[in-house]
Design a protein around this ligand. Structure first.
Ligand SMILES: [Zn+2]
Length: 401
């Protein structure tokens, strides 16, 4: 079964050869892109969808979320907005609520968040554990996360549980907890930060994870300068996330590595941290990703378009750079940007993950901040209903023009 999509005013492919194509067409076959080019050259297909002059781009790749949780931290948010500092210890309240929740309660909330994200154009998502912090609970979160994504990250080393000795907790993380989570996880991660895990503890955790075949990710340099970035590069991590406080040697190390710097602007706003130096990273040749960091404490949003508009309006990126970071950048941060089923780009052989905007160009993502512009979503070739689909069309239909 093939589907021809026409009426694409602007197609952002992220492919070096294809670039951006005006008046474009795409053919989807099964779950893959079969053909990309200009409308006038498009071959025939079994079905035809006319987008009436809308921009099409790859689905968002949200490479950093903590989607499985219970509870609410709006009171903590209120205190923070009144001037209190963010500290890593706030995580403990989500741990208590999550541990008390049933599987059904966790599933209900996570599936709703995943559906909300998908309808907003997020076709790929990573999900971390880290709100249980005991062996059975972390394994449970990993098992539930695996229902929603192939990119499950073991983050037992999110924070040391209150009242537990840090070194003995690390021994649990790299021992029985790792064993219990391993069947469900693709990645290991550590919150390398003051108030969480120090450099030696973080190294021990990443070493244990990579020794059993997990890919490495790091939460680093969020609340101050630290060893997170250097450790990530040392372990050839796919990504180091946050990156608010970077030294010149951190930036140099990233530039000469395969490690992606994943920036989380919605979290930076919610914690009132200075933004990560996105412009400086790009100018140094570092690959960046943008992700939501969806979590109940510091970034309770699944909106990637919000992250994109913030990156443009407040972090000095162009719209093209921000969209690239939120799509192919995320795919690189998950090491899913090449080979069969690759994501983050639209070219023959890539997974058919696309979104169409109710706008003629991607510029509108930042030009009209806060608007849900995603109108059509294809996930592995399947069309997804967007809440926006039923809204009044802002563009005149073809018979009116
Ligand atoms: Zn995080």
């Amino acid at each position: 079964m093939t589907e021809l999509i026409v009426g694409i005013s602007e197609l952002t492919t992220n492919s070096a050869e294809l670039g951006t194509i005006r008046d474009a067409a795409v053919i989807i076959e099964g779950d893959e892109i079969a053909w990309v080019g200009s409308r006038q050259n498009a071959p025939a297909a079994d079905t035809r969808t006319d987008l009436d002059g809308r921009a099409v781009l790859p689905g968002w790749v949200d490479s950093h979320t903590h989607l499985l949780f219970a509870g609410d931290r709006s009171d903590e948010f209120t205190r923070r907005m009144a001037g209190e500092d963010y500290e890593a210890g706030g995580i403990a309240s989500t741990v208590a609520a999550t541990s008390a929740a049933t599987d059904a309660e966790l599933r209900k909330r996570a599936y709703a968040a995943r559906a909300e994200a998908l309808a907003s154009g997020t076709t790929s998502i990573e999900i971390k554990t880290g709100y249980a912090l005991d062996v059975a609970g972390e394994a449970r979160l990993a098992r539930l996360a695996r229902e929603l994504t192939d990119d499950v990250t073991f983050l037992g080393a999110h924070v040391v549980p209150p009242g537990v000795n840090a070194d003995s907790y690390v021994a649990t993380v790299i021992g029985p907890m790792l064993d219990a989570v391993l069947p469900h996880a693709r990645w290991i991660d550590v919150f390398c930060e003051r108030g969480a895990f120090d450099e030696d503890q973080s190294r021990a955790i990443l070493h244990a994870g990579s020794a059993v075949g997990l890919g490495v990710r790091v939460h680093g340099n969020q609340l101050g300068h630290g060893a997170g970035v250097a450790l990530a590069v040392e372990f050839d991590a796919a990504s180091v996330d946050h990156c608010n406080y970077l030294s010149n040697s951190d930036i140099d190390a990233l530039a000469s590595s395969q490690t992606v710097a994943t920036l989380l602007p919605a979290c930076d706003l919610s914690t009132r941290q200075p933004f990560a130096p996105a412009r400086q990273l790009l100018d140094a040749g570092v690959t960046i990703a943008l992700a939501s960091n969806c979590n109940p404490g510091t970034s309770y949003t699944t909106s990637m378009s919000y992250c994109v508009s913030t990156a443009v309006l407040q972090m000095g990126l162009t719209i093209q750079e921000a969209v690239l970071a939120a799509t192919l950048g995320g795919a690189k941060a998950l090491r899913r940007d090449s080979g069969h089923g690759r994501i983050g780009l639209i070219e023959p052989g890539s997974r058919a993950d696309l979104q169409a905007l109710d706008a003629p160009s991607i510029t509108h993502l930042a030009y009209r901040p806060g608007m849900l512009l995603t109108r059509n979503v294809w996930h592995a070739g399947q069309t997804i209903d967007s809440p926006n689909t039923k809204t009044i069309h802002l563009l005149p239909s073809k018979d009116e023009t």
